[in-house]
Design a protein around this ligand. Structure first.
Ligand code: NI
Length: 141
């Protein structure tokens, strides 16, 4: 049987502020620049979620409709139109860089995918802008 990766792309809009409470205000400004703006700033994030599995008799790895539903109903509402520093329990105490958001979203999405084993989450790609994105392949990568 063939292993294939399938990807769903979604968008969400959110605001954040990059600020490390362990550092002084001057150190934060030096480290994070304009992303340390006291009242935050926004991004239109693009989230690519890739799942891998064997192609079943259905001809599918996983029904993309199920992946779409997980993201639309269980994941995106937790971050869309939220302030990532204040509104999202699973980011509490975490500096919401794209890297840290990708790791946190991995954990949320992986849990939702558990009923779809043996399909597995293999990659989260998070665009913070057209030019900047991060990729995360899970804790064992
Ligand atoms: Ni930013």
């Amino acid at each position: 049987m063939h292993t294939v990766e399938i990807t769903r792309v979604e968008e969400f809009s959110a605001s954040h502020r990059l600020h490390d409470p362990r550092l002084s205000d001057d150190e934060n400004r030096a480290l994070y620049g304009i992303c340390n703006n006291p009242n935050g700033h926004g991004h239109n994030y693009e989230l690519h979620v890739t799942v891998a599995g064997k192609v079943a008799e259905s001809g599918m790895v996983m029904n993309l409709t199920d992946l779409m539903a997980i993201l639309a109903e269980r994941v995106l509402p937790t971050v869309d139109h939220k302030h990532l520093n204040h509104d999202v329990p699973f980011l509490d105490g975490i500096i919401p860089t794209a890297e840290n958001i990708a790791i946190a979203l991995w954990n949320e999405i992986e849990r939702e995918l558990a009923p779809h084993e043996p399909c597995r989450l293999v990659r989260i790609k998070l665009h913070e802008s057209r030019s900047n994105y991060v990729e995360y392949r899970g804790p064992s990568s």
